[in-house]
Write a protein that binds this ligand. Sequence first.
Ligand code: ASP
Length: 412
Amino acid sequence: MAKTKNFWVSLPMQMLYGLVLGVIVGTVVSTDFATTWLKPLGDLFIRLIRMVVVPLVIATLIAGSAGLGDASKIGAIALKTIIVFAVTTAIAVTIGLIVANFMDPGTGLTLSTEGLKATAKQAPPISQVLTEIVPINPIEAFGKGNMLQVIFFSIFFGFCISLMGGRAQILTDFFQVVGDVMIRMTNYVMLYAPIGVFGLIAFTVTKHGLAVLLPLGKLILTALVATIIFICVTYLPLVKIIGLKIGYYLRGAFEPWIIAFTTCSSAAALAVNLEASQKMGASKAIASFAIPLGNTINMNGTSIYMGVCAVFASQVYGMDLTFAQQAEVVLTGVLAAVGTAGVPGAGLIMTTLVFTQVGIPLEAVALIAGIDRILDMIRTSVNVLGDSLTALVVSKWEGMLGKEKLDADTQI
Ligand code: ASP
């Protein structure tokens, strides 16, 4: 990132200006104008940051696992990462449920669901999900950006490089350099971020202005309160436990957060998140495993949202969720969040899994859809923060936190 001494013109501040300006411009221009002129600015940004993801993940994962060299070490990192994902996800959905039970986001609402339709999403059998982690054709997996398959192949490939000794050193060096080049490319792309953020936010504001938001304001408020409580009782204590200052962490996580918030896509924030977590001291090998994996399966924000939406929808339909049903929401909510892709609106479709499980009419999905962009901004922020925090926590757990901070020479 362009290093500048002046805080007020630093890149994160420029992104913040883009955000504020986007809100202002979004309230005065028409939706047509925003669609024609402002949305493309945001779309361009999303394309640019998504462009770097697959090569970056492949290169850093291969170099990372080749460098680790030891299957038991890779196994330990994988296990610890999954433990952190599982525990935080379960806490998230539970907090979502509890807060929603207190705040009653759906009682007293008389919303017409006439003409609204949604079809249930079928959950694939778990055996299929697991076998499909192995790609038949790795090149196809790269092409489609199927993260689980990319991760599986890259780690396996890197592990085999490590077994080949000196003869394959050239490959380790090669992927190491490719990773560094991709980070440099990310840094250049980020110079455009303030304009991209501006375009995205201005378009969102024109499309989802106050009039759309007000009727479901309580739902948004509930999601926001649950999210803040979750961050305060889970993330911030974790930051303290691993020995980082909260201010340091918040500053370090700012860039990936603002990308998540404005694009509503964890996938779009991946590259910057990878870099940010390494700057905060996460080990490269661990970050390059935990963050792409978390991008697909660790969705703490989406989990909170599942709990909140289930209570909201049941209240709109005058149903009282029993304790057993709430437990079912926790279970299916976690699974639905794990299956949610890191793209805008994916979580909304996955709520159908939870609703079907507890018998909530699916028209509720269409009801939420009107304001889902706002909920998506909140949940994607948490999804992305959760990934980098996991990388930091597992790095600490492995005794590698702060041992290999990102090289200054990869900066622009
Ligand atoms: N938009 C979210 C993300 O990219 C996924 C979701 O819709 O819940 O993380």
